[in-house]
Each structure stands twice: as C-alpha cells, then as structure tokens.
Design a binder for this molecule. Structure first.
Ligand code: HEC
Length: 139
C-alpha cells in the first residue's frame, strides 16, 4: 500500500472513531433519568395546552406572551399556581383572560418550570444591557 493511501485510510478510521465517540458521549449525557417525573408530566401539559404558541422557553416559541424560562424564579410555586388557576385579564384586554389550568395541571407545570430553573444556561435570557433613559431620543 502506498503512503498517501495509508494516511487517507488512517484519517477515515480516526474520524469515524471520533464521530461515534462524540455521538455516544452526547447521548449518554442526555438521558431522562435525572428529570423528575412531575416535570415530565408538566412538559406534556405545556405541549397539550400549546403554551409555546404564545410563549418562548430558551428562546423557542411565540413572542406574544414573553419568555417562561425563569417563570419559577419570578413567581415561585404559589404565584404560578395562582396565576394559572385564577388567570388575570390579559393586559390591554377588556374581557380576554389568560388560559386557565386545573390545580393538577398547574402543579405539574410548576414542577416543569422548577426543573427548567435547574438547567445551567449562563443566565439566559439576557437582561437589557442599557438603561432606556440613556438611549438617545427616549425619555
Ligand atoms: C393565547 C396566547 C397564550 C397562551 C396559549 C398562553 N399564554 Fe401565558 N401569557 C400570555 C400573555 C399575552 C401573557 C402576558 C400577560 C399580560 O401581559 O397581561 C402571558 C403571561 C403568562 C405568565 C406570566 C408571565 C410573566 O412573566 O408575567 C405565565 C407564567 C404564563 N403566561 C404561563 C402560561 C402557560 C403555562 C401556558 C400554557 C398552559 C400559557 N401561558 C399559555 C399569552 C398566552
């Protein structure tokens, strides 16, 4: 066998080995065993009730209702339960209330938000980096 062919084959084998290692490693780290079962149920409620149509989580979803990645930090368990089981009028609306959940659904979705809180995401979503008053033309 000629040397260039040997180098080529060695590179192919090494690349394949690296590829399979990276795939294996990423799958081993992503198993669902560490996710509390309540949080999994909450995620199902989140999907069933289509919260994603209006809300983002980690930046994915609709932009109508704001990002919910830190909803648990903002409201806590009691606040979330109250918001979702006795929803307020949407701001600017005279009659339209926020979507309503049963107590059970609210508990499960709270567990989901609590779990989201535990995912290290480097403080995402970012806070505004400037003060509105400093922006030219805005008072
Ligand atoms: C039809 C669109 C829509 C859907 C669907 C929807 N929301 Fe909302 N949500 C909103 C809007 C709009 C607001 C902001 C309320 C306001 O401005 O008065 C909001 C606010 C919230 C807030 C308070 C956020 C904050 O930071 O003040 C939470 C928590 C929330 N929604 C959770 C949920 C959950 C959980 C679901 C799914 C069960 C859901 N929403 C489905 C539109 C929606």
């Amino acid at each position: 066998m000629q040397l260039p062919l040997k180098i080529f084959l060695a590179t192919v084998v090494l690349s394949l080995a690296l590829f399979f290692f990276v795939i294996y490693d990423s799958m081993a780290g992503n198993n669902l065993q560490n996710v509390p079962s309540e949080a999994v149920k909450g995620k199902m409620v989140f999907q069933k009730r289509a919260c994603i149509e209006c809300h983002t989580v980690f930046g994915n979803g609709g932009y109508y209702g704001g990002d919910l990645t830190k909803a648990y930090e903002k409201f806590g368990s009691n606040g979330l339960r109250e918001y979702l089981t006795q929803p307020p009028l949407l701001s600017g609306a005279k009659k339209k209330r926020h979507i309503y959940l049963s107590n059970e659904e609210a508990e499960e979705i709270t567990a989901y938000f609590r779990f989201l809180q535990s995912i290290p995401n480097m403080d995402w979503p970012p806070r505004p980096v400037y003060d509105k008053k400093e922006e030219p033309g805005v008072k």
